[in-house]
Write a protein that binds this ligand. Structure first.
Ligand SMILES: CC(C)(COP(=O)(O)OP(=O)(O)OC[C@H]1O[C@@H](n2cnc3c(N)ncnc32)[C@H](O)[C@@H]1OP(=O)(O)O)[C@@H](O)C(=O)NCCC(=O)NCCS
Length: 171
């Protein structure tokens, strides 16, 4: 699937995106507040993307992963993802953008599209985002899109805030 917003193109993640995404994901600034694994090579990221492309093995979960491009640049700038749990009528969302493109509203634009797309299914009522409480940029993104504080979660290396919104709001 390929979708367009005013400034972005979102492509369903595939193994073919790994070589262009590897340099994007190699920037250490991405990992200040997220516990994600670092991939040591393009091949390792390809393997990860193959796994994501195959999707969840559980019938209870759907994995959505989209690579984000600007219309005016050939290389990707990041990704957005959602884990959909229709039996709970719930989706968890996450997003990572290259620091080269921070502060221009791209994460907000990409997440807004993702939320609308999830809402169109009709079987999910709520979206949640779990965010390190020091990650002010990410908190600004979800707040701008109408997410509200749900609860605090104490994790191994961080204290996170769970934000939540209903999908019947305009995204
Ligand atoms: C979080 C992230 C996706 C934001 O991307 P982005 O494209 O810069 O986001 P946007 O430009 O859409 O919005 C950023 C918002 O944060 C605000 N912001 C940026 N830095 C900030 C800071 N240090 N303190 C407070 N607010 C900040 C901006 O003003 C903007 O808010 P506004 O729209 O109300 O003005 C990006 O920083 C990122 O990829 N970080 C690393 C991965 C990560 O932490 N992902 C989130 C996991 S929960």
């Amino acid at each position: 699937m390929i979708a367009h917003t005013s400034r972005l193109r979102l492509e369903t993640l595939s193994e073919a995106h790994a070589s262009a995404m590897f340099p994007v994901l190699s920037d250490e600034r991405l990992y200040a507040y997220i516990p994600d694994v670092r991939y040591v090579s393009v091949e390792a990221l390809q393997e990860r993307y193959r796994r994501l492309e195959r999707g969840s093995l559980s019938p209870e979960e759907l994995w959505w992963n989209f690579i984000v491009f600007r219309h005016d640049l050939p290389t990707p700038i990041g990704y957005v993802q959602a884990t959909l749990m229709p039996s709970l009528r719930l989706a968890e969302v996450a997003y990572v953008l290259s620091p080269l493109h921070w502060g221009r509203g791209y994460a907000t634009e990409a997440l807004s599209w993702l939320i609308s797309e999830i809402g169109r299914r009709g079987d999910i009522d709520r979206a949640q985002a779990q965010i390190d409480q020091r990650n002010f940029a990410s908190i600004a993104v979800v707040r701008r899109l109408g997410f509200m504080f749900s609860r605090t979660m104490v994790e191994e290396t961080s204290i996170d805030t769970l934000f939540e919104r209903g999908l019947n709001l305009p995204a």
